[in-house]
Design a protein around this ligand. Structure first.
Ligand code: HEM
Length: 471
């Protein structure tokens, strides 16, 4: 009996290490049974460097290799052409089981091709250029200005936290319409406390990260639902998003129930909140470490404020578009901090790459290695916004630039994120500021700021009185 168990166990371990496929797998190791290579993969690393895990394996196996992470079989690729091909040919997002749980099984972003297309179109209606132009600039400008002034009064502010507040309040308004300030604050506060350990094994048992995330998910969904139902009962006006949804329902198109809509908003807030604030804080850190970039930004934002004929009017779309150097800084920051996979898919059919087969059903993680290719970017490890001088700043995707992914799941919030980052930088440069020396930016798949992301304002903080908008 014992020998039978031992044989079965060895057989199982053998199968774990040598998964069955229809062809030859890319080289690599599946690591320990179940755990795979998860712990090595998740070691924090400097944001401007690829993790040692990746560097070592690329040297050992080449640009495409296999592994096992969070209980799933995975292929990691540093080959941009393959990444873009996989991004175009496959539709299912390559999220781990823990993230699938966090998003929810009925999530329209994941459920089917059709539901995905529907919510994507809806999102683009909310966050497309036209909409940003008409309304969002004003909302973000007002929020950024208000929070910046509050920070100045306190002598400091945390960039990531402040950006998260701005983002949630701005999106909440867009989705729900005007909100009581208290309700808006409560929503923003809840999001800030949302657990950040997205990448986990999927066991939902007390004490685990997934358990904490699922509890937070339940609380968030409940809060959003209560807000929506209260607003609906009192006949208050909703934001654009719910107007579209309720309009669709009244038109007889059963595309989305209120429950679906709430889950969609939740997902949307979740992704937005996990990306832009961290990227902005990392950008501010890069700026503060590069005095020449600081000076050039100072010049650009002084010019914008001096050029205003009516000081009472907030920032305009045209002024945003004239922030050429700021946009170069943002593009460069997104290039150099893209040291995590930006294309995530589950392959829906076997895919042949040279002699190797990427099997159907595996998670595919495509890294933006091209961002560090010296043939594409001179001195690629240097933070040099000037390299973008002759580039099209409106572009969020090219053959050698994929910070927002590619294919059918290309980020829908890219323009909105860039707008928010630029407006925040604009208001920051109305004051004399410095980032705390101890600030460090790490990655553990997601961006991490173990010492916070505080900027402090000097005593004579206004750069020039004439630079201040009248409030
Ligand atoms: C600097 C900030 C941001 C970065 C770097 C970023 C990056 C990405 C990446 C890499 C993807 C995956 C693409 C793929 O797998 O091919 C993605 C998808 C997505 N992003 Fe962003 N993102 C940012 C901001 C935002 C914001 C602000 C929102 C929402 C307001 C947003 C909403 C989404 C959504 C909904 C998806 C999934 C799209 C789909 O499945 O069709 N993102 N983003």
């Amino acid at each position: 009996m014992t020998s039978l168990v031992v044989v079965k166990l060895f057989h199982w371990i053998y199968q774990w290490r040598n998964p069955k496929t229809n062809g030859q797998l890319p080289p690599g190791s599946m690591g320990l049974p179940i755990i795979g290579e998860t712990f090595e993969f998740m070691k924090p690393h400097d944001v401007l460097q690829f993790p040692t895990f990746i560097k070592e394996r690329v040297l050992r196996y080449g640009p495409v290799f296999r592994t096992s992470l969070f209980g799933s079989k995975a292929i990691i690729s540093m080959d941009i052409e393959l990444n873009v091909e996989i991004a175009k040919a496959n539709h299912v997002p390559g999220v781990t089981k823990s993230i699938a749980r966090l998003f929810g099984q009925n999530n329209l972003f994941i459920q089917s091709k059709q539901s995905h297309k529907h919510v994507r179109n809806l999102t683009l209606q909310l966050l497309g250029t036209q909409c940003l132009k008409l309304k969002m600039v004003e909302d973000i400008d007002l929020l950024a200005r208000t929070y910046m002034e509050e920070g100045v009064k306190n002598g400091r502010l945390d960039v990531k936290e402040t950006s998260s507040k701005i983002l949630i309040e701005c999106l909440a308004k867009k989705v729900m319409g005007e909100m009581e300030p208290e309700a808006a604050k409560e929503l923003a506060l809840c999001w800030r406390c949302f657990p950040r350990e997205w990448f986990q094994f999927s066991w939902n048992i007390p004490g685990t990260g997934v358990y904490r995330m699922m509890k937070a998910r339940k609380r968030m969904m409940k809060l959003i639902k209560e807000m929506v139902l209260k607003k609906r009962a009192s006949g208050e006006e909703f934001g654009e998003f719910f107007k579209i949804i309720f309009g669709e329902m009244e038109g007889g198109a059963e595309k989305m129930s209120v429950e679906n809509a709430i889950e969609y908003i939740y997902t949307f807030f979740l992704i937005a909140n996990e990306t832009t604030p961290g990227n902005l804080a990392a950008t501010v850190k890069l700026i503060s470490d590069h005095p020449k970039v600081m000076q050039e930004l100072q010049r650009e934002h002084e010019r914008i404020v001096h050029g205003k004929t009516n000081k009472e009017v907030g920032l305009t779309w045209e002024e945003y578009k004239s922030m050429t150097f700021t946009q170069m800084v943002i593009s460069e920051s997104l290039r150099i901090t893209s040291t995590a996979p930006t294309v995530l898919r589950i392959t829906d059919h076997d895919f042949q790459v040279g002699d190797y087969t990427i099997p159907a059903g595996w998670i595919f993680m495509g890294y933006a290695n091209a961002h560090f290719n010296p043939e594409k970017y001179d001195d690629p490890l240097e933070f040099n916004p000037w390299r973008w001088k002759r580039e099209d700043m409106g572009s969020i995707l090219s053959k050698s630039y994929i910070p927002f992914g590619a294919g059918s799941r290309l980020c829908v919030g890219a323009e909105f994120a860039k707008l928010q980052m630029a407006i925040f930088i604009h208001h920051l440069f109305r004051y004399r500021w410095s980032m705390k020396k101890e600030t460090i930016v790490l990655r553990r798949f997601m961006l991490m700021f173990p010492c916070g992301s505080h900027v402090q304002f000097s005593e004579d903080t206004k750069v020039d009185n004439s630079l201040c908008y009248q409030s």
